[in-house]
Design a protein around this ligand. Structure first.
Ligand SMILES: CC(C)(COP(=O)(O)OP(=O)(O)OC[C@H]1O[C@@H](n2cnc3c(N)ncnc32)[C@H](O)[C@@H]1OP(=O)(O)O)[C@@H](O)C(=O)NCCC(=O)NCCS
Length: 145
């Protein structure tokens, strides 16, 4: 069974960080020193659990009037099973409950189709972050489930 839950303690936060290290640092070569950042202290985090085992994560925090989604990661063996979608829906729901009216994220270009399916649209040209091509994407809360 797949569940996605709000991170509520240090153990769960460490499980989320472990997945991020696995996906962004080991798989995608993002420098470890920028992977965990100051926004982790203010963000709401979620973890996805498959039969109790952590398989994915994500975070959301408020910035300049937007709810900013980021660090969405699913372990390779768990991809294309709806886990990433469920993580984003939980993040959106958490932020909407706190009053979010608009959402923003910086998507890896190769993942932009994933966010388009959720209702996001590209609002910038391509830029490089951590050596990876990204685009800014935005959505109004009313257009997101
Ligand atoms: C991007 C990522 C989070 C997607 O997670 P996932 O669990 O595989 O996605 P889902 O199975 O929930 O996919 C939901 C829908 O998006 C589609 N999709 C998934 N990845 C996609 C991609 N890279 N491009 C286009 N569509 C994609 C799926 O086919 C599915 O479509 P459907 O609803 O029509 O069946 C995952 O591939 C991942 O962790 N990648 C490495 C880390 C990363 O790049 N994170 C994003 C940083 S911006």
């Amino acid at each position: 069974m797949l569940t996605v839950k709000l991170v509520e303690n240090k153990t769960e936060l460490e499980q989320a960080f472990k997945i991020r290290i696995e996906v962004f640092v080991r798989e995608q070569n993002v420098p470890e020193q920028i992977e965990i950042d100051e926004f982790d202290d203010i963000a709401d985090h979620v973890i996805a659990l498959r039969d109790g085992e952590p398989v994915g994560c994500g975070r959301v925090f408020f910035e300049d009037g937007y709810a900013r989604i980021g660090r969405v990661a699913v372990l390779p063996k768990e991809r294309k099973k709806g886990t990433g979608k469920l993580i984003c829906e939980k993040l959106i729901s958490i932020a909407k409950d706190k009053g979010a009216r608009k959402f923003v994220l910086d998507a890896q270009v190769r993942a932009s189709g994933f966010y388009e399916k959720l209702g996001f649209s590209v609002t910038s040209g391509v830029f490089i972050e951590a050596g990876i091509e990204h685009v800014r994407m935005e959505a109004d809360a009313d257009n997101l489930n």
